[in-house]
Design a protein around this ligand. Structure first.
Ligand SMILES: Cc1cc2nc3c(=O)[nH]c(=O)nc-3n(C[C@H](O)[C@H](O)[C@H](O)COP(=O)(O)OP(=O)(O)OC[C@H]3O[C@@H](n4cnc5c(N)ncnc54)[C@H](O)[C@@H]3O)c2cc1C
Ligand SMILES: NC(=O)c1ccc[n+]([C@@H]2O[C@H](COP(=O)([O-])OP(=O)(O)OC[C@H]3O[C@@H](n4cnc5c(N)ncnc54)[C@H](O)[C@@H]3O)[C@@H](O)[C@H]2O)c1
Length: 493
């Protein structure tokens, strides 16, 4: 008789858990996935999917308002916010039906159980089932994929007002008239733009002095300017002192540059980060080490207990769906096949889906500087990408950090339309050692945004040009033209 009930038990059925159980079952492991709520997790229900649908609704409204840039007539869009929310719910449901439903995983041979899991010891969990009973199961390996939840800092008065988080935002039926957002990270920034475009007046507060502090400061500066032009107000470098309710109004008091200010709104969105769901998992009973930030794992997603792995937001490392999936692949492959796969920390991409989008992959300029890397920055503006001009999307900039002598790419950031798609070109290039020279020599179709990536890569050739090289070619090949003016280091050809 087998020593354990299952080869692998996966706790949590979000992006990490769905991926881990799917891979485990495909490797031939007897697998159970335990989910306390709905399969799909944060991404499908309270994160990526609803936020991207809301952003799209805002974008359509914005385009209707600014149709004259395409030779059409500007109109005030009629917003039925209830219908917008209904559309969000329908899209979530469609995605759930298509990709997350339990039957899809049961068809792979996975036992899907609805219930709350907690460890009894390092090989056994108890599942509290919906009918009030408890089931005990054991496994050779565990993969903990229990995710994270909205974190709210201790702010005086916060618990006495009714505030929104990503859990409640997509369930409201009335558009906020005056929305205060605390937090100018990706959630605060995306949701501020979406709701402002749908008709809210939005003020965003952050203790940091710039928005989206993980991204390139030049590009976030440009993005902020663009969002301010649309009407979003920013109060940055501001310490939130207290929050209070006066009638229907929520008053947020902040101290900013030594002065106290009050920001009034009818709704408050807390977008102040997310914390790992470590409570209630019985990690102490299993002997798994964790902190407030999450379960500690090594490069193979392995905890201090060698047969227990953790992936995704529960580790507090990278809070992205694609990284949850990547970590699940690393953990499952390592646990079940002993394949020495590691988290790829060098080529991590992320995208914030504002309009314009902001994407990044690899090292930031700050990291390159602090590591003492020698690098050159190659820049190419969207105003020189014909496709962007045909679509009135000329606002944006591609920035690539690469080695001067061979064009090896260290990192790239893109602000502009379809930056999320463009950044994948750099991710593939970096992962596979494709240099700027290779990208410049690859034929890209005209007129596409990706042709902008080729033209950005051309800048590597341009920056490596020198007067002596040209004179040398002239001499050898009998060329007789003028020497181009190479004096401007930022010239774009
Ligand atoms: C508003 C918003 C927008 C976002 N947009 C993007 C985006 O555009 N792109 C991107 O890459 N990322 C985005 N993210 C982040 C992304 O949603 C998360 O990184 C990702 O969903 C994490 O997946 P996970 O599987 O680690 O956790 P989760 O999806 O949170 O899944 C964890 C699951 O575990 C279950 N669970 C917890 N404890 C137990 C237990 N004891 N027993 C049983 N089940 C349990 C939970 O119910 C949950 O379903 C966004 C997040 C938010 C909030
Ligand atoms: N497009 C995407 O990929 C996407 C979109 C949304 C969220 N996410 C993921 O979700 C995670 C959480 O997003 P987030 O925006 O909530 O968190 P975040 O940690 O990225 O940003 C939180 C912001 O809140 C500010 N803040 C914290 N406490 C504050 C206080 N007391 N007063 C004022 N400001 C305060 C911080 O300075 C920070 O700028 C992100 O790390 C990201 O990985 C990804």
């Amino acid at each position: 008789m087998a020593k354990y009930d299952f080869d692998a038990i996966v706790i949590g059925g979000g992006a990490a858990g769905l991926t881990a159980s799917g891979i485990a079952a495909n490797f031939g492991a007897k697998t159970m996935m335990i989910e306390k709520d709905r399969l799909g997790g944060d991404c499908t229900w309270t994160g990526c999917v609803p936020s991207k649908v809301l952003l799209k609704a805002g974008k359509v409204a914005h385009q209707i308002k600014h149709a004259s840039q395409f030779g059409l007539i500007d109109q005030q869009p009629e917003i039925n916010f209830e219908k917008v929310i209904e559309h969000i719910h329908q899209t979530r449901q469609d995605i759930y039906e298509d990709a997350d439903r339990p039957e899809i995983f049961e068809d792979m041979g996975i036992e899907v159980v609805k219930g709350v899991a907690h460890f009894l010891d390092d090989h056994q969990v108890a599942i509290q089932l919906e009918d009030g009973t408890t089931r005990r199961v054991s496994a050779r390996y565990f993969i903990i994929c229990a995710g994270a939840s909205a974190f709210t800092p201790p702010i005086e008065g916060l618990n006495n007002v009714s505030y929104l988080t990503n859990d409640s935002l997509f369930e409201i039926s009335d558009l906020p008239q005056e929305l205060t957002v605390i937090g100018a990270g990706p959630i605060g920034t995306e949701m501020a733009q979406a709701l402002e475009r749908l008709g809210s007046t939005v003020t965003v507060i952050d203790v940091a002095d710039r928005i989206m502090t993980n991204d390139d400061p030049e590009l976030t500066g440009k993005l902020k300017e663009s969002l301010e032009k649309e009407g979003i107000k920013y109060v940055l470098g501001a310490e939130v002192k207290r929050v209070s309710q006066r009638g229907d109004a929520i008053i947020t008091a902040v101290e900013c540059q030594g002065e106290e200010k009050q920001i009034t709104g009818d709704q408050l969105l807390m977008a102040t980060g997310r914390r790992a769901n470590v409570d209630g998992l019985g990690l102490d009973a299993a002997g798994v080490e964790y902190t407030d930030q999450g379960i500690e794992v090594n490069d193979r997603c392995r905890t201090n207990k060698s047969h227990i792995y953790a992936c995704g937001d529960i580790t507090g490392q990278y809070q992205f769906t694609h990284m949850s999936e990547h970590m699940a692949k690393v953990a499952t492959t390592h646990a079940l096949l002993k394949f020495p796969m590691k988290i790829d920390r060098k080529n991590v991409p992320w995208v914030t889906f504002t309009d314009p989008e902001l994407g990044h992959v690899g090292a930031t300029e700050q990291e390159l500087k602090s590591n003492g890397n020698s690098y050159e920055t190659y820049r190419f503006p969207y105003s020189k990408i014909d496709r962007a001009l045909t679509e009135a999307e000329g606002e944006g900039l591609i920035k690539i950090h690469a080695k001067k002598w061979n064009g090896k790419i260290y990192g790239a950031s893109v602000l502009g339309a379809h930056a999320g798609e463009l950044i994948s070109e750099y991710a593939v290039a970096m992962k596979n050692g494709v240099t700027l020279r290779n990208l410049a020599d690859t034929i890209h179709p005209y007129p596409t945004y990706s042709l902008g990536a080729r033209r950005a890569a051309d800048q590597w050739y341009i920056k490596n040009q020198s007067e002596w090289q040209i004179k040398f070619f002239q001499k050898i090949f009998g060329l007789r033209g003028d020497i181009p003016d190479l004096s401007d280091p930022d010239r774009i050809v």
